[in-house]
Design a protein around this ligand. Structure first.
Ligand SMILES: Nc1nc2c(c(=O)[nH]1)N[C@H]1C(S)=C(S)[C@@H](COP(=O)(O)O)O[C@H]1N2
Ligand SMILES: [Mo]
Length: 232
């Protein structure tokens, strides 16, 4: 077996172990797990009305961020760090990142300010794949995403490890444009879009929850669009 196959097999094994651990946790906290998929539309819409409460569909994708100037790394300079409460902290180059197993998913993108972009086709790497490489410690229960513009946002690990949480580089078949967080941003289709850091730079695993930029400023910690869970 080639080292590449071995690497993939290790990732899959680690992923399945993590999955078992978090399925158990989700079963103990049913409010955090989603309903079984049913009905039509992308998986983050299955069994639900077309739009979450108080959302309006948009055709054109708005740009919404802090707008602070920052140094955009070239692809040669770009790196993604995975660290904190993990067994194996790691730093991935652009080439490393692109050679990881790739995932595709179609989902809707809901902004807390009231617009929703429907049926977006995403391509990228599952956060769960990165977690499998870094191996979060049993005490790790949270993730803090850090971005190149200084933005941060936090997630419970059981949300972060959902299959549709991706670090995307492609949307609707095109490279993710810089204004939407290219070369790589995170998406969290089960949660409002602010939980997905544009220009992602670092994923920090945490033993204790640590509110991110908007969460420190009164946004909901949990951010579930279908529950109109916007602010705390
Ligand atoms: N790095 C970074 N990521 C960010 C933000 C930001 O200011 N900086 N804003 C968040 C908010 S509030 C929203 S609604 C979405 C918007 O993504 P978009 O500009 O691609 O529509 O990005 C989220 N991720
Ligand atoms: Mo937002």
């Amino acid at each position: 077996m080639s080292t590449r196959d071995e690497k993939l097999q290790r990732i899959v094994e680690a992923r399945l172990k993590l999955r078992a651990r978090f399925l158990e946790k989700m079963a103990r906290t049913p409010g955090l797990s989603d309903e079984r998929p049913q009905g039509s539309g992308p998986p983050n819409r299955h069994g639900m009305p077309k739009l979450p409460p108080d959302q309006t569909e948009t055709r054109k994708w708005p740009v919404l961020d802090l707008g602070v100037p920052f140094d955009q790394p070239s692809l040669e300079e770009w790196e993604l760090r995975i660290d904190g409460a993990v067994e194996q902290p790691l730093t991935l180059s652009w080439t490393d990142f692109r050679s990881l197993p790739q995932a595709e998913d179609t989902s809707d993108f809901h902004c807390v300010t009231g617009w929703s972009l429907m049926d977006v086709q995403w391509k990228g790497v599952q956060l769960a794949t990165l977690a499998a490489l870094a191996r979060p410690l049993p005490e790790a229960g949270f993730v803090l995403a850090h971005a190149y513009d200084g933005y941060t946002t936090n997630l419970a690990l059981e949300e972060a490890l959902k299959d549709d949480v991706l670090l995307v580089h492609t949307y609707n078949g095109k490279p993710l444009p810089r204004e939407h967080g290219g070369p790589v941003r995170m998406i969290t289709p089960q949660l409002y879009a602010w939980k997905g850091a544009k220009w992602i730079r670092r994923i920090e695993f945490l033993r204790q929850d640590q509110p991110g930029f908007w969460e420190q400023r009164g946004y909901s910690n949990t951010a579930h669009p279908w529950r109109d869970d916007r602010y705390s």
